[in-house]
Design a protein around this ligand. Structure first.
Ligand code: NAP
Length: 696
C-alpha cells in the first residue's frame, strides 16, 4: 500500500512507508494497524498510520555509509550541484500535488508556499552556489598555505573533505518539505548520504516528496533514505563518522545530545530548537511612521503564517511602554481586517489549523501558563473559535486543531514566563521598555534566539540595539522604510545566511550558504611539499614544479596541466613610459609625475610606475595573441603590489596554470593562473590570479 492519496478515508487507511536501502518498506499489516494515527488537521479525519516496528535502522545506516558514500563519492561538487538543480526543477512540476497534501496538515496556500516552494528554492540556491563557490573537485582548501620551512620545501594548509558516515536529519512537524530539503541540499553537496526522519504528524507529506524524488531517478543510490515514524534508537547505530542534525524542541534536543554515542562516541550533533524570538520597536517608530506599520505587519504575519507554528515566529514584541496600547490596537485592526480562520481548502481562509490536536493541547497549556504568570489576553480567546469549513459554512470548531490569533500583554516585562514559555501557535506577547538599554536586556532574556527584528529609522538606535543583541541571536533583521517592502521578513530563513542561534535556540547552524556544506565536512591540516599539496588539492602551489614548454594559451582544458607556465623576458619601464601612461589615463598622482614629492613619500624611491601599467604590460608579455582555446579574461583576484618599480627598472612576468575547473554543462571552463612579477633583482613586484575562460 502507498500512503500518498490526499483523500484517504477511514476505510482505506494506508501506512506511510519508509524508504531504506533503496526500497520502500512498510511493517506487516497487523503491526501497521497498531501504529500511530495521523489525522487531517482541520477535520480530524484519519489519514494514515505510521510505524517503524521491525525496521532495521542499523541496516539503513550501513547502507548509507557504504552504498551512499560510494555513489556520492563518484561525483564532484559541481556534478552534485547540478543534480540539486535538476531535482528542484523536477519537484517544481509536482507542486500542485504537494499543495493538496499540505492542506491536510492545516496549511493554507501561503503556508504551503513557504514550506514547499521555500524548500525547492533552497535546492536551486545550493545548485547554483555549489557551482559558483566550490571547486569542481572533492576537496576544498580553507585559507592560505603557510610556509613552514625557510627554503620553501615544506608548507601547511587546511582542507575540507566530507565526513565518512551518514547525516541523520531529525525534523520538526511544522515544515515537512522545507525541513527536509534545507538539510538534504548541503549534505548532498558535501557528498554525505542523508537519512531523513520527519516528525510523525506531517511526515506523510515528506514521504510524498521522497517518493517523487525516488521516481525522478536523479539522486544516486543510497544518497537519500527516509524513516517514517519513530526512530528512538537511531543514535545507537551512529559513531564519530556520522552526524545528527536535529530540529525540534529543546527538550528532545537535550535528551538526544546526552546519548552516550554523542557524549563519548563522537557523533556530531547539531540542533535547532525552540526560541522566544523578539521584535523590538524603536523609540522613534511611533504610530504613523512607516516603521510602526512595518512592525505591525510583521507581527501579524509571524502570528498567522503556519498558524504561528514557526520556530522563528515573533513571540515577544518589545515596544516603548508608551506605545503598548497603540501596538495592541493596530495588531487587532490588522487581524480583524485580514485573518479568516478555517479549513485551508475553503475559499478566503487565510489562517489554517495547528498541525494536530496534540499540538492544540500544547498551545492551550502554554497560554494557560502565560496567563497564570500575569499575562492579560488582549486579543483572541480560549473559547473554541468560529471557523470556515471546507464547504464554506461557518461553525464552531469541534474536530479540528484550530486556535485563534492571540496577543497577551504583561505589566511586568521581566516576568520569566514571557521569556521562556513558547506557545507554538499564533500567540505573541507585548511587553514595554523605558529605554533602549532595557529593550536590549529584555531581548537577551530569551537566553539565545534564532532571530530578532529591530524596527527603527534611527541609525544610532539601530547600531546600539543590534550590537547589543547580536551575540544573543543567529540573525537580526533591521526593518525601516527603505527595506520594508523588499525584506524577506522576520520569519524566513534564507539559504544564503545562517539559520540557527545560540543558547536556547540550540547553538547550531542549519543554513548559511556554503558554510552549511562545510558542517558536513572535516577540516584537516595537511603538511607537505608544494608538489604534494598540489597533488592532494588539485590546485598548483607556489614552489611546485613548473612546466615550460608550448605556450599554455595554445592548450585546451584536455591538454592543459597544472603547473604549465609561460615566463617572459625582462622589460624596462622608462620615465617616458610612465609619463605617457599618466597622460593617457589621467592618473597623474604625484608618485608617477613629481620626482621630489615622490621621493618624500616613505614608500617610494622617486617616480615609480603605475601598478596598472605593470599589469597591462604583463598581459602584453604573457599573451599568445592568435585565436585559440582561451576565450576571455574575466578578471583578477588577490592583487597585491609589493615592491615599487622605479623609472628605469625592469620587470618580468611568470604565469602558471593554478586551477582548472571544467564546467559540467558548457563547452568551456575556468582556468585560474598564478601571476607573479619580479624586478631585475628577482624581488617580487606584484602577485595576483588571472581568471580566464578556456575551451574544453
Ligand atoms: P519534537 O517533539 O522535539 O520532535 C522533533 C523531532 O524529533 C520529531 O521528528 C520527533 O519524531 C523526533 N523525536 C522526538 N523524540 C525523539 C527521540 N527520543 N529520538 C529520536 N527522535 C525523536 O518537536 P516538534 O513538536 O516536532 O516541533 C516543534 C518544536 O520544534 C517547537 O518547539 C519549535 O520551536 C521547534 N522548531 C525549531 C526549528 C528551528 O529551526 N530552530 C524549526 C522548527 C521547529 P516523532 O514525531 O516521531 O516523535
Amino acid at each position: 500500500m502507498t500512503t500518498f492519496a490526499p483523500e484517504a478515508t477511514e476505510t482505506a487507511v494506508e501506512t506511510v512507508p519508509s524508504f531504506v536501502e533503496d526500497a520502500w518498506w512498510t511493517p506487516e499489516d497487523d503491526v501497521a494497524a497498531a501504529g500511530a494515527e495521523v489525522r487531517d488537521a482541520s477535520t480530524g479525519d484519519l489519514l494514515a498510520k505510521v510505524s517503524t516496528e521491525g525496521l532495521d535502522l542499523a541496516a539503513a545506516v550501513h547502507y548509507g555509509r557504504t552504498v551512499g558514500q560510494t555513489s556520492l563519492g563518484e561525483l564532484t561538487f559541481h556534478q552534485r550541484a547540478l543534480k540539486l538543480k535538476e531535482l528542484a526543477k523536477h519537484l517544481n512540476d509536482q507542486r500542485d500535488y504537494f499543495y493538496r497534501l499540505s492542506a491536510q496538515t492545516g496549511a493554507t496556500k501561503v503556508d504551503s508556499l513557504v514550506d514547499i516552494d521555500g524548500g525547492i528554492g533552497v535546492l536551486f540556491t545550493f545548485g547554483s552556489k555549489g557551482r559558483r563557490e566550490l571547486p569542481n573537485s572533492q576537496v576544498v582548501i580553507d585559507g592560505p598555505a603557510e610556509q613552514l620551512s625557510k627554503d620553501g620545501s615544506f608548507f601547511g594548509e587546511h582542507i575540507y573533505t566530507r565526513i565518512p558516515g551518514v547525516a541523520v536529519q531529525i525534523n520538526a512537524f511544522n515544515f515537512p518539505v522545507w525541513g527536509m530539503l534545507e538539510k538534504l541540499a548541503p549534505a548532498f553537496l558535501a557528498g554525505v548520504p542523508t537519512i531523513v526522519k520527519p516528525a510523525t504528524p506531517t511526515g506523510y507529506l515528506t514521504a510524498a516528496v521522497v517518493k517523487s524524488i525516488v521516481e525522478s531517478n536523479i539522486l544516486p543510490a543510497g544518497s537519500l533514505q527516509l524513516i517514517s515514524g519513530s526512530a528512538r534508537t537511531i543514535i545507537d547505530h551512529l559513531d564519530y563518522r556520522d552526524m545528527v542534525s536535529f530540529t525540534g524542541s529543546a527538550g528532545t534536543a537535550n535528551h538526544l545530545k546526552s546519548h552516550d554515542n554523542v557524549v563519548f562516541g563522537g557523533v556530531r550533533f547539531t540542533s535547532e530548537t525552540d526560541s522566544l524570538n523578539a521584535a523590538i520597536l524603536g523609540p522613534d517608530a511611533v504610530r504613523g511612521t512607516p516603521e510602526f506599520d512595518a512592525f505591525i505587519k510583521s507581527l501579524v504575519t509571524e502570528m498567522t503564517v503556519k498558524a504561528g507554528q514557526k520556530c522563528t515566529s515573533i513571540r515577544r514584541a518589545i515596544v516603548p511602554r508608551s506605545l503598548m496600547d497603540d501596538v495592541v490596537q493596530a495588531t487587532r485592526e490588522r487581524i480583524e481586517q485580514r485573518v479568516i480562520l478555517g479549513d485551508p481548502r475553503a475559499e478566503g481562509v487565510t489562517m489554517g489549523a495547528l498541525a494536530s490536536l496534540e499540538q492544540l493541547a500544547e498551545v492551550r497549556k502554554s497560554v494557560e501558563m502565560l496567563v497564570t504568570a500575569g499575562g492579560h489576553i488582549a486579543l483572541g480567546s480560549m473559547d473554541e473559535p468560529q471557523i470556515t469549513n471546507a464547504d464554506g459554512s461557518v461553525s464552531v470548531s469541534r474536530e479540528g486543531a484550530f486556535f485563534p490569533p492571540m496577543l497577551l500583554t504583561f505589566d511586568d516585562a521581566e516576568t520569566p514566563e514571557v521569556h521562556n514559555v513558547e506557545a507554538f501557535g499564533p500567540v505573541s506577547s507585548v511587553i514595554g521598555y523605558d529605554d533602549v538599554d532595557e529593550a536590549i536586556r529584555l531581548a537577551a532574556m530569551g537566553n539565545g534566539s534564532l532571530v530578532a527584528t529591530v524596527a527603527t529609522n534611527d541609525a544610532e538606535t539601530a547600531r546600539k540595539i543590534v550590537t547589543g543583541i547580536a551575540a544573543h541571536h543567529g540573525r537580526v533583521l533591521v526593518l525601516n522604510r527603505e527595506d520594508a517592502k523588499t525584506s524577506t521578513g522576520h520569519g524566513s530563513p534564507v539559504p544564503h545566511l545562517v539559520h540557527g542561534g545560540p543558547g536556547r535556540a540550540g547553538g547550531g547552524e542549519e543554513l548559511g550558504g556554503i558554510r552549511s556544506v562545510y558542517h558536513h565536512m572535516q577540516r584537516t591540516a595537511i603538511q607537505g611539499s608544494p608538489n604534494m599539496l598540489t597533488a592532494v588539492t588539485q590546485v598548483w602551489h607556489q614552489g611546485a614544479d613548473r612546466n615550460i614548454g608550448d605556450h599554455p594559451f595554445r592548450k585546451n582544458l584536455a591538454t592543459l596541466n597544472l603547473g604549465d607556465t609561460v615566463a617572459s623576458e625582462l622589460r624596462e619601464v622608462t620615465l617616458e613610459d610612465i609619463t605617457a601612461f599618466a597622460n593617457t589615463t589621467g592618473d597623474t598622482f604625484y608618485a608617477h609625475t613629481n620626482e621630489e614629492a615622490a621621493a618624500a613619500n616613505p614608500f617610494f624611491p622617486g617616480i615609480v610606475a603605475h601598478g596598472y601599467l605593470l599589469l597591462s604590460w604583463a598581459a602584453g608579455l604573457f599573451v599568445e595573441p592568435a585565436p585559440g582555446p582561451v576565450l576571455a579574461n574575466y578578471g583578477l583576484e588577490n592583487l597585491r603590489f609589493i615592491t615599487p618599480l622605479a623609472a628605469g627598472d625592469s620587470f618580468r612576468v611568470t604565469l602558471t596554470a593554478k586551477q582548472i575547473t571544467p564546467r559540467e554543462d558548457e563547452e568551456y571552463g575556468e582556468v585560474r593562473w598564478d601571476a607573479i612579477l619580479h624586478n631585475q633583482h628577482d624581488e617580487i613586484v606584484a602577485t595576483y590570479d588571472v581568471l580566464t575562460l578556456v575551451e574544453k
